[in-house]
Write a protein that binds this ligand. Structure first.
Ligand SMILES: [Zn+2]
Ligand SMILES: [Zn+2]
Ligand SMILES: [Zn+2]
Ligand SMILES: [Zn+2]
Ligand SMILES: [Zn+2]
Ligand SMILES: [Zn+2]
Ligand SMILES: [Zn+2]
Length: 365
């Protein structure tokens, strides 16, 4: 009897040991009471571990005396509840995009997935305008390629291709002359156009003096001539041209200076000679100037019995001249037409009257 009991106790202990190690993490309180084998688990309580997205939950019935798990119910993990958090960012031709991001909305779970980089697509080029080939004289253009993707306006090509220029097969060469440039004439092997290319400018005439028609120098009074010339390459003749007469170049002759005239004495112009032909210009007589008389000035008043005297002076040379003046009544001035006092008074009254009439008319208007 005693040995059986011991055996049961040993088996129970083993079971307990297994249970404890299996539920190591979730194992609740320490064993209380007298120990295994002695408890009838008469008093129990429930213990609960909530499941998470990834770990199972548990419902235990635990013995309040010994702490042994009397029963266990596993509540499976809930799994994540993923919801779209960030919309997809599509890649463009040149910029990378991003996959959408999903977050788990369950409480306390920070699990997230997505958001991977989507590589840029690169352009998808298609030819929109074909190449325009250049000709001899007109430039061409490379083909134009556009990106076919929506919203992308990337374009390539359309560069200018220089005109080819004629490919000339020369069949005539003309050397330069005095008046015509040197040329090469040919035909373009590509476009068939006749081409004349100037290879050197015209030479210009090579003028040589003609001994038969020498230059004649002009003199003071006679026209001259340029030398006659001819081109010793083309024999063109250049006629002589008239060179106008020089005209005298008068220079004052220091031997015959000018003499200024006075009021009463004649003068002389300066003597000149031409320093080109030595022609002499004779001195010429300049007439006397005559006095430059001032006003008559009364020196002595005339009286009834004696004539007066007046005098005037030359402003230039200071010479004086006098004359006698006869008595002419009450007028102090002499040399003026004498008007009787009565006539003068009448004229004064008449002119005053005229003035008054004029003034009245002016006011009346
Ligand atoms: Zn118990
Ligand atoms: Zn989750
Ligand atoms: Zn593109
Ligand atoms: Zn051509
Ligand atoms: Zn010539
Ligand atoms: Zn001269
Ligand atoms: Zn004078």
């Amino acid at each position: 009897m005693k040995t059986w009991k011991l055996l049961v106790a040993a088996v129970m202990a083993l079971v307990m040991l297994f249970a404890v190690s299996a539920l190591a993490e979730a194992t609740p309180p320490e064993v209380i009471g007298p120990g295994p084998g002695y408890c009838t688990h008469s008093k129990t309580y429930e213990d609960y571990l909530k499941p998470t997205c990834t770990t199972d939950g548990h419902n235990w019935v635990v013995c309040a005396n010994c702490g042994e798990h009397v029963s266990e119910e596993v509540i499976p993990a809930t799994g994540h509840h993923m919801e779209l958090a960030v919309e997809v960012v599509p890649a463009t031709c040149t910029e990378a995009g991003r996959e959408p991001i999903y977050d788990c909305t369950n409480d306390g779970c920070y699990y997230t997935e997505g958001g991977e980089v989507i590589e840029a697509m690169g352009h998808k080029m298609i030819e929109s305008v074909p190449q325009v080939d250049p000709t001899c004289t007109e430039e061409g253009r490379t083909a134009i390629y556009d990106c076919a993707r929506e919203g992308c306006y990337y374009t390539e090509g359309g560069e200018v291709i220089d005109a080819l220029g004629h490919d000339v097969l020369v069949w005539a060469i003309k050397p330069a002359t005095c008046t015509e440039p040197a040329t090469e004439t040919g035909i373009c092997e590509r476009c068939g156009e006749e081409i004349v290319v100037e290879t050197a400018p015209a030479l210009g005439h090579n003028w040589v003096d003609d001994e038969m028609f020498p230059a004649v120098a002009p003199t003071c009074t006679e026209d001259g001539l340029t030398a006659g010339q001819y081109c010793d390459r083309c024999w063109l003749v250049k006629a002589q041209e008239v060179v106008p007469a020089l005209g005298h170049n008068w220079v004052k002759d220091e031997m015959f200076p000018a003499v200024a005239p006075t009021c009463t004495e004649s003068g002389l112009t300066a003597g000149y000679y031409c320093d080109q032909c030595w022609l002499v210009k004779e001195q010429e007589v300049v007439d006397p100037l005559g006095h430059d008389w001032g006003k008559w000035v009364t020196v002595k008043e005339a009286t009834e019995t004696e004539n007066g005297v007046q005098e005037r002076t030359c402003d230039r040379c200071g010479a004086t001249q006098t004359r006698e003046v006869e008595w002419e009544g009450t007028m102090p001035e002499t040399g003026v037409v004498t008007v009787p006092a009565a006539v003068l008074a009448t004229m004064l009254v008449l002119s005053m009257g005229g003035y008054v009439v004029l003034k009245k008319r002016a006011i009346g208007e």
